[in-house]
Design a protein around this ligand. Structure first.
Ligand code: AMP
Length: 130
């Protein structure tokens, strides 16, 4: 079982942002910027492009909602989205606020922030989702 399936099942704690029948979203534990969110399918598939179309579409549908909520919650000029998958073999789509138009993306790795900050940004994003 992947660490992300354990998160979906509630066996590992997370800062949950969103859930529907097909996908689950939570804050990245090492955010590039506060609000950095991962959207995952509720099925164990490693590479995002190997997903069944309904899961693939559900990720993008959720990503649109969550991107707008993050932008509104953070006032960032741009929300960037991408997929890598080097670390966890369970497809995940990154959705993250950025504050500079260039240079920041590939030069900056994420790092932990305080629990208070995680709880605060989680609440602000969820508020904008409703
Ligand atoms: P990658 O597979 O290269 O896209 O990176 C995996 C991402 O998952 C990294 O940004 C990690 O910080 C994040 N991550 C790994 N474990 C957890 C966890 N338990 N909770 C939240 N995010 C995680």
């Amino acid at each position: 079982m992947t660490i992300f399936t354990k998160i979906i099942n509630g066996e590992i704690p997370c800062y949950k942002i969103y859930e529907d029948e097909l996908v689950f979203a939570f804050l990245d534990i090492n955010p590039i910027n506060p609000g950095h969110t991962l959207i995952i399918p509720k099925i164990e598939v490693d590479k995002i492009y190997d997903l069944d179309e309904k899961y693939y579409q559900a990720i993008f549908k959720a990503a649109q909602k969550i991107s707008k909520a993050i932008q509104s919650a953070t006032n960032c000029p741009r929300v960037c989205t991408w997929t890598e998958g080097f670390e966890v073999p369970h497809a995940h789509y990154h959705v993250c606020p950025f504050y500079h138009e260039s240079g920041e993306f590939w030069s900056k790795r994420g790092s932990p922030i305080s629990q208070e900050e995680m709880i605060s940004i989680q609440a602000r994003i969820i508020e904008k989702l409703i």
